[in-house]
Design a protein around this ligand. Structure first.
Ligand code: NAD
Ligand code: LMR
Length: 342
């Protein structure tokens, strides 16, 4: 019993050391859309992360309430909720290292992510404008759908203000890898925590391309097709089950918090931090596809290295070909809209 007690005291001391070592780096994280289905659990997870020193929460409704609530949790970070005014938004963004945007409407059954374009494009554009002005050096993490278009919209806004840095703009596609890893574990009976399936492309339907072969798996026929479909349409599974009450929020909050944690780790000097993400990418530029999700090594300045897609099977190549066609259209739609609606 005495040994157990001394081990747990040692464990606590080590945890405290890890905490104070990381907490010495100031890291302000902003959530825009903090009172929403994703925003609330994401804010909770960020409050639990000792790498975050300041949490700034903004929403057109309810930001201060969420901030007062998570602000009572006994971790060190300071939490502030901001009023939904231009001044509130400006103060919220000032000095940010990471700005996460889950603001916007979610799908209802029967809708595609592209059906959200008309509403969410202007929400993301306006928030991106504020970020370009008040936190031009922050890492921008775009969650709002359709990601394939909202990321190019954000880039166009930053370009128009002369502050675009392609290394600091990320479409959050982590949830696709989280799902792909969970679903293969259900097929294979493996531990999902040990799975990290590569998923490339974009974030909607057939633009989501899981590359199982790169994890040494070779599903065939119906089993393979069902797996691919489940990864590509995992979001629809949740939208249908929620039956009009929105789309994935809890798993998305986990995925968003994981991505933010990876960026903070990289910013604080950890090497070899790799996450899948939708970025301004050279991989298919020759085919007119200017943004693409693949594994990316993160560093103190954001994107450090974009990994190539690597070796794929003929079947996976077929999936990639379909993906590129749809993705090109989604990207061009976002860019065109942003230019016509500055
Ligand atoms: P929600 O409706 O529950 O929350 C959205 C929040 O955004 C609301 O609190 C709303 O007040 C706020 N908001 C709206 N306009 C705003 C503005 N101009 N400024 C600040 N806040 C604003 O929706 P949700 O379930 O949290 O989903 C949000 C978005 O995330 C949707 O577009 C959804 O499709 C997308 N999403 C993306 C992924 C992904 O993998 N990238 C996963 C799940 C959901
Ligand atoms: C998801 O993948 O869960 C999100 O993009 C939300 C959606 O509309 O499916």
């Amino acid at each position: 019993a005495a040994r157990k007690a001394s081990q747990s005291i040692l464990g606590a001391a080590l945890n405290r050391r890890a905490f104070s070592a990381t907490a010495s780096n100031a890291s302000k994280v902003v959530v825009l859309g903090a009172a929403g289905g994703i925003g609330q659990p994401l804010s909770l997870l960020l409050k639990l992360n000792p790498r975050v020193t300041e949490l700034a929460l903004y929403d057109i409704k309810g930001g201060p309430g969420v901030a007062a609530d998570v602000g009572h949790i006994n971790t060190k970070s300071n939490v502030t909720g901001y009023e939904p005014t231009p001044e509130g938004l400006a103060a919220c963004l000032k000095g940010a290292e990471i700005v996460v945007i889950p603001a916007g409407v979610p799908r209802k059954p029967g809708m595609t992510r592209d059906d959200l374009f008309n509403t969410n494009a202007s929400i993301v554009r306006d928030l991106a404008k504020a970020a370009a002005q008040h936190s031009p050096d922050a890492n921008m993490l775009i969650i709002s759908n359709p990601v394939n278009s909202t990321v190019p919209i954000t880039a166009e806004v930053f370009k128009s203000k002369g502050v675009y840095n392609p290394k600091k703009l990320f479409g959050v596609t982590t949830l696709d890898v989280v799902r792909a890893s969970r679903f293969i574990s259900q097929v294979k009976g493996s531990d999902p925590a040990n799975e990290n399936i590569v998923v490339v492309g974009g974030h909607s339907g057939e633009t989501i391309v899981p590359l199982l072969s790169q994890s040494g798996y070779e599903l065939q026929g119906q089993q393979r097709d069902e797996y691919v479909k489940r990864v590509q349409f995992g979001g629809d599974e949740v939208v249908k089950a929620k039956d009009g009450a929105g789309s994935a929020t809890l798993s998305m909050a986990m995925a968003g918090a994981r991505f933010a944690e990876s960026l903070l780790k990289a910013a604080q000097g950890e090497k070899g931090v790799v996450e899948p993400t939708f970025v301004d990418s050279p991989l298919y530029k020759d085919q007119g596809v200017t943004y693409f999700a693949s594994n990316v090594t993160l560093g103190p300045n954001g994107v450090e290295e974009i990994h190539p897609v690597g070796k794929v099977t003929d079947h996976e190549q077929g999936l990639l070909d379909k993906c590129l066609k749809d993705l090109k259209g989604n990207i061009e739609k976002g860019e065109k809209w942003a230019k016509e609606n500055p």
